[in-house]
Every structure is written in C-alpha cells, then in structure tokens.
Ligand binder design. Structure first.
Ligand code: XUL
Ligand code: CO
Length: 446
C-alpha cells in the first residue's frame, strides 16, 4: 500500500481504552470484543463511504471546495480516479474499518459515452479488487448514481422520457454486475430524483408504474446473474426533489407490497432521512424490524436547527441506543451493516479530520451497542412490552384476532357488562430511566 496521502497517521489506529488521551486511539471500538456472544464487528459491519469522504472537496451551493484533498486535484480523469482509490484504501487500511460503499460515479469518470464510462468503471473496479485483496476490506454495497447528471433532472425510472429510463437501467445493470464482481453483500437503490418538484407537470399514476417496472427489472437481472446480495431501497422524503416517492420505511413497504415486490427488497435506513421525514431514527428502524424489512443502515445525524440533510457523523450514544436495541432484538443486520453516509463540516479542512470523524463514529456506535446489549440482557424493557399486551393472549384477545367475534358479538358482551377496561400507566418516564440506566451502566463497564 502506498503512504502517499495520510502521512499524519503512520500506523493503523489502535485501541487505547476508555482512559486513553490520544484522540486517534479507539476508546470503545474493539472489533473482536464479544457482545451477546458475537464480535462487535459482526453486529455492526461498519463501512466508509467513498462519495463524502473521498470524492467531495467541501463545496456547497454557496462556495467552492475547502478541504485539503490532493488526490482530487480538480481533474475528472482516470489518473485522478486512480489517486482517489489509492487514498481511499490507504485510509481504510489505517482506520481498520472492514467495509466500504460507493456509487459508480464516485470512482469512475463519465467519459464521453456510456461505453466509455462502463470501460472506466470496469478498469477501476479491477483496481479496487486488487486493493480489497491487499487490505482485506470488503464491499458492503454498491449503487448507481442516478441523480447528478443533468439527464436525470426529472428523475431516472420516473422520468417522463423513456430514454432516460433506459439510460438508468443500463447504469444499474452494469453497477449491479460490478457489485457482484467485487463481492458486495448488498445493492442499494436511492431514488434521489424519483419524485417531483411540482404536481403541475406530473402524472403520479404513470410515475408509480414506471418505478415498479424498474424495480422488477432489477429483481430479474439479479436472478439472471445469480447475485447473492440483498437489494435495498433507501427511503428519503425529499431533497433534492420537493417530494420523493420512497418517502419513509412505511411508504416503501406499502409500494413494494402493492406491486408484488415485497420479499425482493429490504430497506437501507438512514438516520438523517428519518428525521427529515418527521420520524425518529428509532421509528424507522423499529418499523423495518417489525415488518421483516430491516436491511442495512446509513449512519449519520442531522442538526436540530437545520432542516436539511446535513449528513453529520454520528456522535450521540443516546440517538443510537434504541435503533441498536431493535437491531439486536431482530437478530442483527444479516448481510447489512453500518455505512457512515456522513461528511465532514466544511471547515474541517485537514486530511486527519477524516480520521477523527470516523474514530468518533466507531466509538459512538460501539458504546451504543454495549448499552443496547445491556438493555437486552436485563430484559425488563421487553418484559414490560410483553406484559402490556398480555390481554391479547386471553380468551377475548384470541377470539377477536382469530376472527371469532363480530361487532355485534362485541356489542353484546359490552352491553351485558362483561367488559370493563382498566386503565394502566404507560410508564413512559420509568422506561426512559430504564434506558438511561443501561447507557450509564454500559459506560461504566466499557
Ligand atoms: C443521499 C444519500 C445517498 C445514498 C446513496 O441523501 O443518502 O448518498 O445513500 O445514493
Ligand atoms: Co444514504
């Protein structure tokens, strides 16, 4: 491995323990530490994203790039792309994160035709395969960028022009194959522009049908090539469009069921997308888990005062404990993982800031995992939920759910005075204390 870019960090980041004062040592993250009988790394399967960490120079809609990114150098050609890949794998090897994720366009220059883009991507995928071999880093997921190029201004699958649909299909076909070649365990579809800016020019019925057709085509191609990974849809309610069809976990689930696609896709839940949808991250993960739709996680956070997708690195244990509790109770993420879909603040200009961000994110995630495991082990939260619904295990509850009682039957029972509900406390504050107890207890034992 070259040592060209991250010269401020000469050795792989080590575990220093909770009392370490070295900002570039892990305080909690110990990949092999057993949690509920399984190594931390297997519960979390954390990954680094190429787009925010290596392809972005800090530019925003008000100003130019600010970050020190010598591998970008302003060019979008094969030489610059090779440098970027070298930088990414040097970083990954030093951080010790086991996975990475990328869009086709994050690694390959567009060229002047689709055929050229495809050839560029193939050449860089070969190079990535070599780095994977050398470093042991694996691909968590691949995806196609169907939102940056101006051709996608009105969407990809939901575009009014079938030629744009065809272009998107070509891109996804190829990237699915590249993901398979690199051993990716998931393929993600995020429909950034699958939505509308105004209803004045939009046919909702047609766009829904187009999207369903597209998703069916991906399922068919997955079967044709024998891709063993999971297909994932990443919900987001808006941005860049005013309204995105894959609004949240529940709308995607409903859409898939309506079009005979449930069972084919699961969800890639992103924390900041959940909050943009007016939900908590906990809600989205809990919904996915409750409906067998939990696939993978894009870990990040928003800012409570800023209403857009700020994609900050996760740094709050409190935000992550309950999503992790749901994940543990669901038996884990299976083939999924935690991709840090997070970017530095524009003023965090040093190359080393990337290490600080990921070290903090891994430690935060690890600490939240310990707290969630403590909650699972103590079991009182789950026991409380069980007890709350105990009535449904009795004669009345079973008869209602079994379809044995009509509205008239129920009216008769109520009128006969056989039914007299007793109010019980939901105990929210007591339960919030239970969660805090596990957070504090896990911190003491870290
Ligand atoms: C955008 C976003 C994407 C997807 C992959 O908000 O989260 O980076 O994760 O296309
Ligand atoms: Co994301």
């Amino acid at each position: 491995m070259g040592e060209a870019f991250f010269t401020g960090v000469t050795e792989p980041i080590r575990y220093g323990g909770p009392d370490s004062t070295d900002p570039l040592e892990f305080k909690v993250w110990q990949p092999e530490r057993l949690v509920l009988g399984k190594p931390m790394v297997e519960w979390l399967r954390p990954g680094v994203c190429v787009w925010h960490s290596f392809s972005w120079d800090g530019r925003d809609m008000f100003g130019a790039g600010t970050l020190d990114r010598p591998w970008l150098g302003g060019a979008d050609d094969m030489a610059a792309s090779r440098e970027r890949l070298a930088a990414a794998f040097e970083f990954l090897a030093k951080l010790g994160a086991p996975y990475y994720c990328f869009h086709d366009r994050d690694v390959a220059p567009e060229g002047s035709s689709f055929a050229e883009f495809r050839a560029n991507l193939d050449a860089l995928a070969d190079e990535a395969a070599g780095y994977q071999e050398q470093t042991g880093v694996r691909l968590l997921w691949g995806t196609a960028n169907l939102f940056t190029d101006p051709r996608y201004q009105a969407g990809a699958a939901t575009n009014p022009d079938p030629e744009v649909f065809a272009y998107a299909a070509a891109q996804v076909k190829h990237m699915l194959e590249v993901t398979q070649r690199l051993g990716g365990t998931n393929y993600v579809l995020w429909g950034g522009r699958e939505g509308y800016d105004t209803l004045l020019n939009t046919d909702l019925r047609r766009e829904g049908e187009q999207l369903a057709r597209f998703l069916h085509l991906v399922v068919e191609h997955k079967a044709r090539i024998g891709f063993g990974g999971q297909l994932l849809i990443e919900p987001k309610p808006m941005e860049p469009t005013k309204h995105q069809y894959d609004y949240d976990a529940q709308s995607v689930h409903g859409f898939l069921a309506r079009h005979g696609l449930d069972g084919e896709y699961r969800l890639n839940i992103e924390a900041n997308h959940a909050t943009l949808a007016g939900h908590s991250f906990h809600h989205e993960v809990a919904y996915a888990a409750a409906n067998g739709m939990l696939g993978s996680i894009d870990a990040n956070r928003g800012d409570p005062q800023v209403g857009w997708d700020t994609d900050q690195f996760p740094n709050s244990v409190d935000d992550l404990v309950m999503p992790l509790y749901e994940i543990l109770r669901a038996g884990g993420l299976g083939q999924g993982g935690f991709n840090f879909d997070a970017k530095l603040r524009r003023q965090s200009t040093d190359r080393d800031d990337l290490f600080h961000a990921h070290v903090g994110a891994l430690d935060t995630l690890a600490m939240a995992l310990l707290a969630a495991a403590d909650l699972v082990e103590r079991g009182d939260l789950a026991a409380g939920v069980e007890a709350r619904y105990a009535g449904w295990g009795g004669e009345l509850g079973r008869s209602i759910l079994g379809g044995g009682l009509s509205l008239a039957d129920l009216e008769a029972r109520v009128a006969a005075g056989a039914i007299s509900p007793v109010r019980r406390s939901g105990g929210q504050e007591r339960l919030e204390n239970v969660v805090n107890r596990s957070v504090w207890s896990a911190a003491r034992k870290a």
